[in-house]
Design a protein around this ligand. Structure first.
Ligand code: H2U
Length: 348
């Protein structure tokens, strides 16, 4: 049998964190493209927008007024997907099953400056965002009925982000959702067999191999995971296994802020656009168990494929069978690695 060549042969890769597979078709990058082309976002945003519901001092849709916050600001989502006061009763009728879900949803403003995004913010200002995330994870996680806290950011209109003001969200809920459940199962299994962190061992292997590493500092590594689905998907992994972000020391918090900025600058520089993505922090559930198996990490799922205007959609085979990608994770990492450290907008 011919040995597998990642750059020539279609193959499937295994995601050790979820137990799922992705189909990789590297030979397909040669096919002609006649798909949709959108206009690149080259607009520069003002630092204040009187119509923005997230700017300091402005009124939100629900009638509340934002304070004149100097750095970060968190509030309960006025259109929350989950409600604190609601039913958590189970329902069963024949084959039909349901369960009431309770939760708390928050919106986090990263900066009072309407025109900034994470890569354009100072490292110290990103540090304030991280501190807020840490405090929210602990505060929400300590609430009796909250078993899981999901911190995430939708960036860019094409990711469904409703407002360019730099912001993210936090959804805390009464059960452990699917993705975290899968990651808990996989990490727990490895921990049981090896008494070591699955992601820690994966990181050691990646650092030795090198081809999927994008950048690193003393405390963190950013890489394109072997099993990446999105074209320029990336992951930030702390070198020290930690269950959640509140376990970071001061040095690690600063290093996280630095790598967050450095990676998102590379993203923006790739197509010289404000790079859209969904990013989220995966960490231990807050269900009262120890979770020594958990090694927190932050994942970035950006949809752009060939330019600021051509994006990947999850369609066809991917909806019916499993995710698929064309460019390899190694190619994506190499491209990201080769980009400038300085944001393109500051280079002119
Ligand atoms: P997205 O841009 O990722 O959609 O997040 C913005 C959130 O802000 C969204 O969930 C909330 C929306 O419900 N929001 C408020 O809470 N108050 C408002 O005045 C407008 C939007």
């Amino acid at each position: 049998m011919q040995s597998l060549d990642f750059h020539e042969h279609p193959h499937r890769r295994y995601n050790i964190l979820t137990g799922e597979w992705v189909l990789v078709s590297p030979h397909r990058t040669k096919r002609p493209w006649q798909g949709k082309v959108e206009k690149a976002d080259t607009s520069r945003k003002a630092s204040y927008d009187a119509t923005c519901y997230l700017c300091p001092g402005n009124e939100r849709a629900g009638g509340f007024q934002n304070p004149n916050y100097p750095d970060t600001f968190v509030f309960t989502n006025d259109f929350a997907a989950l409600l604190e006061v609601s039913s958590d009763a189970p329902f069963q009728q024949g084959l039909l099953q349901a369960k009431g879900e309770r939760g708390i949803c928050k919106v986090v403003c990263f900066s009072p400056n309407h025109g900034l995004t994470l890569p354009q913010m100072e490292v110290a200002a990103i540090g304030k965002v991280i501190e807020l995330w840490q405090a929210q994870y602990l505060e929400l996680g300590a609430i009796d009925f909250i078993q899981h806290v999901q911190i995430f950011e939708n960036k860019g209109e094409i990711m469904g982000c409703s407002n360019p003001h730099p912001h993210g969200q936090i959804w805390a809920q009464s059960t452990i959702p699917q993705e975290t459940r899968l990651k808990t199962i996989q990490q727990k299994q490895y921990w049981k067999e090896n008494q070591r962190s699955l992601l820690g061992d994966y990181l050691a292997q990646e650092l030795k191999e090198g081809s999927r590493i994008v950048l690193e500092n003393e405390e963190f590594v950013a890489l394109v995971p072997f099993w990446a689905i999105w074209p320029y998907e990336a992951m930030i992994i702390p070198r020290r296994p930690m269950r959640h972000i509140a376990e970071m020391n001061e040095l690690e918090k600063n290093a996280f802020a630095q790598i967050l900025k450095a990676l998102t600058i590379r993203f923006d520089n790739l197509f010289e656009t404000s790079f859209p993505y969904s990013a989220g922090i995966h960490q231990a559930p807050t269900d009262g168990l120890e979770h020594p198996e958990w090694h927190w990490h932050m994942s970035f799922y950006p949809p752009l494929l060939r330019s600021a205007t051509v994006k990947k959609f999850m369609v066809g085979y991917e909806l019916f069978a499993e995710p698929q990608r064309d460019v390899t994770a190694e190619y994506a990492a190499e491209r990201l690695r080769g980009l400038a450290e300085i944001h393109y907008s500051a280079m002119v």
